[in-house]
Design a protein around this ligand. Structure first.
Ligand code: ARG
Length: 389
């Protein structure tokens, strides 16, 4: 019997997949990754066994997710097409890496995932695994199996008594982890339709958010967030806390049409309370401490970093090289940012750092001014010189 390690979520697709693989004579090992999606993993574990898995791993990957995936992307300033903070995209190479580790440990020949052939996630899983373990055989049955629609999957699950929460009719496709939530399908497929309030889970509607703003201070050390309001938090707890604070103020909702790697546009809604606060705060601290050339060059790097992450190229040489570059830029990204959260908005209202490059005596129009304006005359002449006839 061939052994296969399946990236198992406990949802309908991957549950049907366990049964399907068993019927094809595979010994199925289910790998459940806890990346902060907040599921009942005991229930999911039992479901996997009941459906035919011979063994189940429940891996708590939250800490690794935040320190090795989320924080590097934050330091890089990665944001895809100016809107998407990459929560799902960041989790895939982590899960794929652990699938490989389990496959090695269990001497499995094959790994499988439950992604469709139209999405980005298949690419992220398969590319990461191909890079990390080129000899592993990979399977993606959803692309070709006989269960074409969700209804057919539900029938299959009922017929084979696969314990699944199929009665609750949820028209949306949702991916959630500690760093954010992504919602697609259903009425959202029409890009003109406003997302109904029911799709949101991490954030309250800005309209219903408190009438009074919430002020917070976030501290960074070398580009990594460490404190909220002066109190130190461990990485996972820090994200968790900011999700709550941001969520209560309706911060972090994004409605976008994005370009998938496979060539189609899709409409996706995101909730990213912690990510939004951290991204804005981090950018602001960089604005204070980085010199102009580094800051502006790094913006191009950020874009590339986001594309590599989105496109499943996390484990490539270029991404690793960019990590080294980004780390070098973060040497002085240490300080505090003060933010005002109010009805969906997240505004920076203060920033400070011992490495600040802001010089009040040069910027001021008051009597402390030491800027020698006479120098400007020559500067302007030389600046225009190449263009003068
Ligand atoms: N479009 C995003 C990405 O490719 C999120 C996908 C999440 N999946 C979902 N079912 N909403 O990273």
């Amino acid at each position: 019997m061939k052994k296969v390690v399946l990236a198992y979520s406990g949802g309908l697709d991957t549950s049907c997949l366990i049964k399907w693989l068993r019927d094809k004579d595979y010994d199925v090992i289910a790998a459940i990754a806890d990346v902060g999606q907040g599921e009942n993993f005991e229930v999911i574990k039992k479901r996997a066994i009941k459906t035919g898995a011979s063994k189940v791993y429940v891996l708590n990957l939250q800490k690794e997710f935040v320190t090795d995936y989320v924080f590097p992307a934050l330091k890089a300033g990665a944001i895809y097409e100016n809107k998407y903070l990459l929560a799902t995209a960041l989790s895939r190479p982590l899960i794929a890496k652990h699938q490989v580790l389990i496959a090695n440990k269990e001497k499995a020949t094959t790994v499988a995932h439950g992604c469709t052939g139209k999405g980005n996630d298949q690419v992220r899983f398969e590319t990461t695994i191909a890079i990390l373990a080129p000899k592993l055989e990979q399977m993606a049955p959803l692309r070709t199996w006989e269960l074409k629609t969700r209804e057919e999957e539900i029938d299959y699950a009922l017929k084979h008594k696969i314990p699944c929460n199929v009665t609750k009719k949820n028209p949306y496709s949702i991916d959630k982890n500690l760093y954010g939530r992504a919602i697609e399908c259903g009425v959202l497929e029409d890009p003109w339709t406003e997302p109904p309030e029911e799709i949101y889970d991490m954030t309250i509607s800005p309209q219903k958010a408190p009438q009074k703003p919430t002020y917070i201070e976030v501290d960074f050390v070398k580009g990594v967030p460490t404190k909220i309001n002066g109190k130190t938090y461990k990485p996972v707890d820090l994200i968790h806390k900011l999700n709550i604070i941001g969520g209560k103020n309706g911060v972090g909702r994004v409605d976008m049409v994005e370009n998938r790697l496979v060539g189609i546009k899709s409409r996706e809604i995101y909730e990213n309370p912690a990510g939004t606060i951290l991204y804005i705060a981090h950018q602001e601290l960089e604005a204070l401490v980085l010199d102009r050339e580094t800051l502006q060059y790094k913006q191009r790097v950020a874009q590339k970093y986001a594309e590599l992450t989105y496109n499943g190229l996390w484990e490539t040489p270029l991404k690793h090289q960019l990590d080294a570059y980004v780390d070098a830029t973060q040497e002085h990204v240490t300080g505090t940012v003060r933010l005002k959260l109010y009805k969906g908005s997240c505004m920076v209202v203060g920033r400070k750092s011992k490495y600040s490059r802001y010089k009040e005596e040069l910027a001021t129009y008051g009597d402390k001014d030491i800027f020698d304006q006479k120098l400007a005359e020559g500067f302007n002449k030389l600046w225009a010189m190449p263009f003068m006839e």
